[in-house]
Design a protein around this ligand. Structure first.
Ligand code: ASP
Length: 325
């Protein structure tokens, strides 16, 4: 039987990280080791998949750029269009994996499995989790059942949907969760098992969409809204406010945001709580034209707002995009 062809696109992260000693698990440099070396640590992959790899970049994911994001999307779309592989695996730092995964889920057009993975411990650690995660990600990408499920994230034996997953721990190996829905499935010695199908984004944006500046402002006691002005000064076309609870905003910050909204800046209310939706609350928010982030956390609301503002400057159209996601 023909082995599935899997293309691994490497971008860096702790999975490609190197520390001075095998005991070192936090003091290391991410994005150092090349993908061929990482794949050579898991030769068993070749038993069930024909694997090729490409090094797109080798960075710490906190330094992800628009240029790399757009190149990554374009490459995945090209692989799909030219039928270069049956599935794609993307290695990525865990810090911003959820943002890249969500971006890809809105810009990549394919039924083929697209699976992201990374690691919490550097490749040089004696109990490194990267090899297992890479093995699992290739298993998921090679599995016919993974087709049509959108962009997936595979970490620590769990399979997540791009729209739902978030990093919930700073250092533990079990750092990823989908707080409102749980994982889509699991991958272990028995293979790949999906327990449910994801709620896929209904929207698609062009891969080369312009990406206007959107800033996230983090709500806190005593916020006087001074940073709203700073965001506008820096050229923000949109602001995501990570409010308290159900996207609540302190009165002074609300006033500053309402003023920005009057000037045409699109304001989205998200929440600094890490689960649950942001739904209509104080009528003054609706009166000021603020948009509710729904199930999107602030960093994902920022991704969608940038893509939306790349298509339209019309606030009501942006609102429809958020409502129809
Ligand atoms: N700072 C690293 C990164 O995101 C963390 C990791 O990959 O776990 O690239």
């Amino acid at each position: 039987m023909r082995k599935p062809k899997i293309l691994v696109l490497a971008t860096g992260g702790t999975i490609a990280g190197s520390a001075a000693s095998p005991e070192n698990v936090t003091g290391y440099q991410a994005g150092v080791i090349g993908i061929d070396e990482l794949l050579s640590a898991v030769p068993e992959i070749r038993d069930f998949a024909g694997v090729r790899s490409e090094q797109l970049c080798n960075i710490d994911s906190k330094d992800m750029t628009d240029e790399i994001l757009i190149r990554l999307t374009a490459r995945v779309n090209e692989i799909a269009a030219k039928n270069e592989a049956d599935g794609v695996v993307i290695t990525h730092g865990t810090d911003t994996m959820e943002e890249t995964a969500f971006f890809l889920s809105l810009t990549v057009k394919t039924e083929k499995p697209v699976v992201m993975t990374g690691a919490m411990l550097p490749a040089t650690a004696k109990n490194a989790d990267g090899p297992r995660n890479l093995f699992d990600a290739v298993c998921v990408a090679a599995c016919p059942e993974s087709s049509g499920k959108g962009v997936l994230v595979v970490m620590n034996g769990k399979i997540f949907a791009a729209k739902e997953v978030t990093k919930t721990h700073t250092t533990k190996i079990d750092a990823f969760a989908a707080p409102d829905s749980g994982p889509l499935g699991h991958v272990d010695d028995n293979g790949v098992a999906f327990e449910r199908t994801p709620n896929l984004p209904r929207l698609h944006f062009p891969a080369d969409s312009p990406l206007p500046r959107v800033d996230i402002l983090y709500g806190h006691e005593g916020d006087d809204g001074a940073l709203v002005e700073a965001a506008l000064h820096a050229g923000a076309k949109g602001i995501v406010y990570a409010g308290m609870g159900n996207g609540n905003i302190p009165a002074k910050a609300e006033k500053a945001l309402a003023k920005a909204s009057e000037k045409g800046i699109v304001v989205v209310r998200a929440s600094r709580s890490n689960s649950g939706p942001v739904v209509p609350a104080d009528p003054s928010y609706a009166a000021a034209g603020f948009i509710d982030s729904g199930m999107l956390n602030p960093q994902k609301a920022r991704v969608l707002l940038r893509l939306a503002l790349g298509q339209t400057g019309n606030r009501e159209e942006v609102r429809r995009i958020f409502e129809n996601l």
